[in-house]
Design a protein around this ligand. Structure first.
Ligand code: GLA
Ligand code: GLA
Length: 676
């Protein structure tokens, strides 16, 4: 990626660093609103996302609009100095809408029409939904578009979270329309999808249908295009509302909240191009043993989507959520550490779901900034402290993270195609593998950016090490960019089962690994998936898992390690070839965490990356943000249970203490030092 340039114009008048939450005044008596504003001021809240699910409050019956309450709340917030990120309420269509338009309710893969009663109970292709959503959006945008309190717009909420895919007849018609635009004519579609197999040839567009439950396996190319189509329909809903808002509210950034860490069905590279500010929601999975590394990965991914520019943490939780099987509370200090970890990795604010804990409803047991117990609670005291600290870090706003020397490729086409049914092994999953490679660098203290498969050689040129742990579906353009990257001095590492199919899931002609074969300088003769839990030993002491391959090196390709056990015993497992000023490596297996950490540490060094900063790694994060003016801030996040000392000189912004050559960070604590 080119050097990120902070573009303050994108942020308009959004206060930064922002601190706040989703705010749902419609759940409360007007007297509580006053108390809310008082408490927000005391807690340092500067921004709230208002009215996300408030459609039935604002339009209680079709065409009867009532903005009195919202007028009053926005006025109160404005008087209290709290800025508004105003939401279109379209993630929660009212029940009157569902009754008037039962055909707008989503249909499952089995043909069951889902009942209303939750949120996102709509089919993204429904013309009636789109029409009513546009109308309420226009009313809001006309009314509040130039209100001085409104500094930003929040379209919908977590697009696709509950309704990513719909198999109804409206969707089917829209799918055919989308396919015509993508493939042109039926002959092309038949050829790209390989419909000669099992006599699936289409002779009329009317025969094309979404991949509904059938007696057995379906065409994988059909499934893949359906996933793309569904995502495109969600994005179309977002864009329609965004454009209405833009027309009435110039100069205010428009965004929607992504779920980059845990949502699989949106191509967020495409979405990122459509928002003015990238905003992300992040929830830890309590049972995930790697949750700290996961937070770092998700924040790095979100920054990658923002092309290195500052982004916004739109939601996370002060403590427990209510939607996991066991909703453990965050330990004292954990919320603060999580928030500041996001800020360290480029977030220009930290917001929560939600401001006041609901007294009823499906999320009544989800934590909030104001718990049921009110102000005098452990959580609210930490909320107040964090608000003051976020305020003390205001000078960091607009700065960008120091670019990493290593980057990992993250690609939705490769992910979706790899995890379709009828693949060689269900253990060949995507997201966990990318995270494992990022975690291996993270645990050793190394930074890692996240880049798209569409990055050009120029954009990749600033990385010394480029990692493609899993890249099953690959285009010739990507292969060419990686080739040019290596030729000009880059070091590329590619994981197994990569490069083998195109974006229609057709095997690239010629030997594996398809479009990457020449670049990698080898031929894969056979894929050899391992049994459940099986591990294989390599001659260099590392351990492989999930997968092995029978690989034949081209002349000039060196074998760095061979399989010692397993179905490929004796065959090459890690190979390396020089390419121009750089080099390429190929791994014919997936590795255990320990092996991956050791190998990546070696490969980092071999690529010429600087050693990780002193003190970083094993639960201690050191991340630097820099302003265009040359100032820099070092964040040290200590996730461990022992104090750490990290070399650094400057002023500690959270304590005011000077770091003279070293900053000492207590167990579980965070330091932010303005360096000098
Ligand atoms: C059955 C079918 C074949 C093929 C194989 C795959 O035997 O008759 O068409 O699907 O299974 O194992
Ligand atoms: C998502 C939603 C919020 C809320 C939280 C709960 O992020 O956007 O409305 O449901 O989850 O964790």
């Amino acid at each position: 990626m080119s050097q990120p340039v902070p573009s303050d114009s994108l942020w308009g008048r959004v206060p930064r660093l922002a601190y706040g939450a989703d705010y749902s005044p419609e759940q409360w008596d007007p007297q509580v609103w006053r108390d809310d504003v008082r408490l927000m001021r005391a807690a340092g809240v500067t921004l709230v996302s208002l009215g996300i699910f408030a459609w039935s409050w604002l339009e209680p019956e079709q065409d009867r609009f009532d903005f009195d309450g919202l007028d009053e709340v926005i006025g109160l917030l404005h008087a209290g100095g709290v800025a508004v990120d105003l939401a279109t309420p379209t993630a929660a269509p009212p029940l009157w809408f569902a009754r008037a338009h039962p055909e707008s309710l989503p249909v499952t893969v089995d043909g069951q029409r889902l009942a209303p009663g939750s949120r996102q109970s709509f089919c993204a292709s429904s013309p009636a939904y789109r029409e009513r959503a546009a109308l309420i959006t226009a009313r809001l945008a006309e009314r509040y578009g130039d209100h001085p309190a409104v500094v930003m717009w929040h379209i919908g909420n977590e697009y696709g979270n509950a309704n990513a895919h719909c198999w109804c007849e409206t969707s089917a018609a829209a799918f055919r329309h989308w396919l015509r635009a993508r493939h042109g004519d039926l002959n092309t579609l038949n050829s790209r999808w390989g419909t000669a197999f099992w006599g699936q040839r289409y002779s009329d567009w009317a025969q094309v249908a979404p991949p509904r439950t059938s007696v057995g396996s379906l065409n994988p190319a059909l499934r893949l295009d359906f996933l793309r189509f569904c995502d495109a329909e969600q994005l179309a809903c977002y864009r329609a509302e965004r454009d209405i808002v833009r027309a009435h509210s110039p100069g205010r950034p428009v965004t929607t909240n992504f779920m980059t860490g845990n949502f699989a069905w949106a191509d967020y590279w495409a979405w990122a191009a459509e928002v003015d500010v990238v905003a992300n929601d992040h929830y830890l999975t309590a049972a995930d043993p790697h949750r700290t590394a996961e937070l770092a990965f998700t924040a790095d991914l979100t920054r990658g989507l923002a092309a290195g520019r500052p982004w916004l943490l739109m939601e996370h939780s002060t403590s427990a959520v209510q939607w996991q099987p066991r909703n453990t509370a965050k330990a004292p200090g954990e919320m603060r550490r999580n928030s500041l970890s996001h800020v360290a990795r480029g977030a220009d604010g930290a917001l929560f779901f939600q401001w006041r804990q609901s007294a009823s409803g499906a999320e009544m047991w989800h934590s909030a900034m104001v718990p049921h117990g009110g102000e005098d609670t452990r959580i609210h005291r930490e909320v107040q402290r964090l608000g003051a600290e976020i305020g003390a870090l205001a000078e960091v706003a607009g700065s960008v993270c120091e670019p990493a020397e290593a980057a990992v490729v993250w690609d939705y086409d490769a992910w979706w195609a790899l995890e379709l049914p009828d693949r060689p092994s269900i253990d060949m999953t995507y997201r966990d593998e990318i995270r494992a490679w990022h975690r291996a660098l993270w645990s050793a203290g190394g930074a890692c950016d996240v880049v798209p498969a569409t990055a050009t050689a120029d954009e990749l040129a600033r990385y010394k090490l480029l990692l493609a742990p899993s890249h099953y579906a690959a285009t010739r353009e990507t292969a060419a960019a990686w080739e040019a990257y290596a030729a000009s001095g880059g070091h590329l590492v590619v994981g197994p089962f990569s490069g083998v199919v195109d974006h229609d899931d057709r095997v690239h002609p010629g030997p594996y690994p398809g479009v990457l074969r020449e670049l990698l300088g080898l031929r894969v003769d056979e894929f050899l998936p391992l049994a459940a839990g099986e591990q294989v030993a390599l001659g260099d002491g590392s351990t492989g898992r999930v997968w092995a391959e029978r690989v034949l090196p081209d002349p000039g390709t060196r074998v760095e390690a061979r399989f010692a056990t397993g179905p490929a015993a004796g065959d090459p497992a890690v190979l390396r070839a020089d390419r121009g000023a750089g080099a390429v490596r190929y791994c014919a297996t997936r590795f255990t965490d320990d092996s991956l950490r050791r190998l990546l540490t070696d490969w980092r060094a071999a690529a010429g990356c600087a050693p990780p900063p002193p003190g970083a790694g094993d639960g201690v994060e050191t991340v630097r943000r820099r302003s265009p003016g040359g100032a820099s801030w070092l964040f040290v996040v200590n996730h461990t249970s022992a104090p750490v000392a990290v070399p650094c000189t400057g002023r500690e912004l959270l304590t005011g203490v000077r770091a003279d050559g070293v900053v000492t960070v207590a167990a579980g604590d965070v330091a932010v030092v303005r360096e000098s």
